[in-house]
Write a protein that binds this ligand. Structure first.
Ligand SMILES: [Fe+2]
Ligand SMILES: [Fe+2]
Length: 159
């Protein structure tokens, strides 16, 4: 990002990059687990849910890339190693159901991840409000996506 573009982001850029790096790391973690779920989910409805998880993996990867772009504009770089990302994501241990036919068990894991993402972007949107309009808009866009995704998973649990 150019000089003026950086100037108008009236928050400590180190803090902003650190917050965005956490979000980037978390999106990668969700991307990984959704891609894994697409590959291991089993049972009669495998084709349907494999596709749902594959799409989710792509969506979260898209989120990670949008965040990386903003980090670069602020003069930073996203975390480099996978082990750093897992730590930064701060989500803790993920355990899929041992029974790979247990679709709802998988969905519950992703529902928790969406709720984690909602809290993350709500916080980022609040803190950047009126101070860094570009990051604020990004946080709002991501927040809207995660809210919609939470709703979709909740609906799947009701099926
Ligand atoms: Fe996301
Ligand atoms: Fe999501």
């Amino acid at each position: 990002m150019g000089e003026k573009g950086r100037q108008i982001a009236k928050l400590d850029h180190k803090w902003l990059v650190a917050e965005l790096s956490k979000a980037y790391a978390f999106e990668w973690v969700v991307h990984h687990y959704a891609a894994l779920a697409a590959n291991i989910v089993s049972g009669l409805r495998t084709p349907v849910y494999s596709e749902i998880f594959k799409k989710a993996a792509e969506g979260e990867f898209g989120h990670a890339n949008k965040i990386a772009k903003r980090i670069a504009e602020l003069g930073g770089e996203p975390p480099e190693t996978l082990s750093d990302m897992e730590k930064l994501a701060g989500f803790g241990k993920v355990s899929f159901p041992k029974d790979r036919n247990d679709i709802k068990g998988f969905i519950k894991v992703f529902l928790k991840m969406e709720q984690h993402a909602i809290a993350l972007y709500d916080n980022l949107a609040q803190k950047t409000h009126g101070k860094d309009l570009v990051t604020h808009e990004l946080a709002e866009d991501l927040l809207a996506d995660e809210v919609a995704e939470e709703e979709e998973y909740e609906n799947m649990l009701r099926e």
